[in-house]
Structures are given as structure tokens and as C-alpha cells.
Design a binder for this molecule. Structure first.
Ligand code: DGY
Length: 324
């Protein structure tokens, strides 16, 4: 026994993070990178002092009912923590932390990537060239839509949305609208050139592009349902780099089929890694495999931040990124 806290790390992490985890803790790494089953997560909760899970680990109330319980902290690797039933964790005396800030820019970059790709038909164009179908330049070939100067509507105005607003307004001269029950201070919104609207519907009615940045909660589940998709401007585009649950995928398929929306850019899905078959055949949809925070720099920073949360917790210091 090393006397150091036992920490189960549920997935492979960048080497620098695994090395740091091994130096500081009695870290049990997942060398095969196979997602843990509910039973394996419960074993971890029974045998480890801390858990370092990711978005793919569903820590439901049932899983968190593991008995006897040894785990005192769940240090989630990610900013979203909808994979954890935080109320159940709290009820069992388990602290929960996440890794905010460090993935803001990477995720904002992916939202802008989706927006540009879908508007400029980049995925379709890439497939066209690879298929050997390109016959040469011509004035009417594969025309997309301008992003510069258009109106971007942000649903949610937290850290990532603000970083998207900065890029869109200062980089592409976009008019930016937003709605959020907890809006930013007026001087921050002014600096981003962002105008508040009092409801999701008001944002949808004016926006050429709508980008989702709200957390996944019971209240935001299927926030973009058939009714709200129908409130978007005809020919508008939807971008989702938040969480799949926020969009009713079946309704989105219908809105795209009916031609109401010009296209969609998605990084997240309701039942990852499953993607609705209908979307796979649509040229006007860009589909990424949940790459929001997927840069080397960001994933290392996320891992080190999760380790810092564990370190703080085990040293008895206040937990900076505590969410429960
Ligand atoms: C997060 O932290 O919410 C990211 O989506 C995980 O990659």
C-alpha cells in the first residue's frame, strides 16, 4: 500500500496526464481504453477514494448507490457533467468537480468550424474532390452562403458562447444575439457586440445561424423541438456543440428534409456514438464525432485540472471547480 489516495481513471488520457496521475496518486489506469460498464463503475466506487470519469461514464443514481461506498470525490474530465446525477452524488456525500475554462477556446473553435463548414459546404466539397467528381472551377459550382455580416443567435451565453461571440463579431463582423436566464454583465455583452433577447423564440426569429450553448438539464432537453425549429428563419442553419439532448434529433431530421433549414453542423448527438441514419445521407449536414475539446493542449489541460481538483480535495482545501 502506497498510502496515497486510490484514483480510478476511467479512460485513456494524454500521456502527460497519466504520468502526473501515477506520480501523485495510486492511479488505476484504463490501458485498453474500453468504456467501463455500470458494474465496473460500481466496483470503482467501492474500491477507490476518487474517480476521474469522462462524458462516456454514466454515473446514474443506480450506479452511485454502490455499497459499501469508498469514493469521496468524482473529478469529471469535462465541463459538462450531465453524465453524473449530481443530486444522487450529493446525497451519498460524494463531491463532484468539472474542468471549466480550459476547454472554452477549443470548443468555441469547433462551433465556428461547424458554422463555416456548413455554410460554405466544406464537408460536401471535400467529399466531392475525394470522389473524383470535381470537373473544374465554374461560377455556379457548389455555392454556399456568406457567414460574414450575418446574424448569429446564441442560445446560452456562458463562457463558450462568449468565446463564440468574440470570434463571430470581431472576426466575421456578425451581428450577435443571445438569450440566457443568467445573462453576462452589460459591459461584457457590449464588448462582444452582443444584443440580449428575452426568449429563445426571439433569437430564433432573427438569426441566420443559431448556435447552442446551454447545459443539458431536464429543462433544456429537446429545447430545439419541432416547434422551435419551425420558429427559425427559413434557410437558417443550426449548430450544436453543446449536448445532443438539447436537440430533438427526429424533429431536426424532419426540418432538414422539409427544407425549412438550410443545414446543420453537429458535434454532439442524443445517443452517442449513434448518429441518426437519415443525417448520414444529407449533404447539407456536417457531422463531427464530439471533437469540441479535442486538441492535445486542451485535453492535457483538462486532465491536469481534474488532477488538481483531486489534489485539492484530498488535501482538505476548498474545491475550486465543485459542482456538487
Ligand atoms: C465537455 O467537457 O463537456 C466536453 O464536451 C467533453 O469533451
Amino acid at each position: 500500500m502506497s498510502g496515497r489516495p486510490v484514483v480510478v481513471v476511467t479512460r485513456r488520457l494524454p500521456a502527460a496526464v497519466e504520468e502526473a496521475a501515477t506520480r501523485e496518486f495510486d492511479a488505476q489506469l484504463n490501458r485498453e481504453d474500453r468504456p467501463l460498464t455500470a458494474a465496473e463503475l460500481q466496483d470503482a466506487l467501492r474500491s477507490a477514494d476518487g474517480l476521474l470519469p469522462t462524458v462516456t461514464d454514466k454515473l446514474t443514481a443506480d450506479v452511485l448507490a454502490a455499497d459499501p461506498l469508498r469514493t469521496k470525490i468524482v473529478a469529471n474530465f469535462g465541463v459538462g457533467f450531465n453524465n453524473i446525477d449530481v443530486q444522487a452524488a450529493k446525497a451519498r456525500g460524494i463531491a463532484v468537480s468539472n474542468t471549466p475554462d480550459v476547454l472554452t477556446d477549443a470548443t468555441a473553435d469547433i462551433a465556428i468550424t461547424l458554422l463555416l463548414m456548413v455554410a460554405r459546404r466544406a464537408g460536401e466539397g471535400d467529399r466531392h474532390v475525394r470522389a473524383g467528381a470535381w470537373t473544374g472551377w465554374r461560377p455556379t459550382h457548389m455555392l454556399g452562403r456568406m457567414v460574414s455580416g450575418k446574424t448569429l443567435g446564441l442560445i446560452g451565453m456562458g463562457r463558450i458562447a462568449r468565446a463564440v461571440a468574440r470570434r463571430a463579431h470581431h472576426g466575421f463582423g456578425m451581428r450577435v444575439l443571445y438569450t440566457d436566464p443568467y445573462p453576462p454583465p452589460p459591459e461584457i455583452a457590449a464588448d462582444l457586440g452582443a444584443e440580449a433577447r428575452s426568449s429563445v423564440e426571439e433569437v430564433l426569429a432573427e438569426s441566420d445561424f443559431v448556435s447552442l450553448h446551454c447545459p443539458a438539464t431536464p429543462e433544456t432537453r429537446h429545447l430545439m423541438n419541432a416547434e422551435r425549429l419551425g420558429r427559425m428563419k427559413p434557410g437558417a442553419y443550426l449548430v450544436n456543440s453543446a449536448r445532443g439532448d438539447v436537440v430533438d434529433e427526429a424533429a431536426l431530421v424532419e426540418a432538414l428534409r422539409g427544407g425549412r433549414l438550410a443545414g446543420a453542423g453537429l458535434d454532439v448527438y442524443e445517443r452517442e456514438p449513434q448518429v441518426p441514419a437519415a443525417l448520414l445521407t444529407m449533404e447539407n449536414v456536417v457531422l463531427l464525432p464530439h471533437l469540441g475539446s479535442a486538441t492535445e493542449e486542451t485535453r492535457v489541460a483538462m486532465g491536469l485540472r481534474a488532477l488538481e481538483n483531486l489534489r485539492l480535495f484530498f488535501s482538505g482545501a476548498p474545491l475550486r471547480d465543485r459542482v456538487a
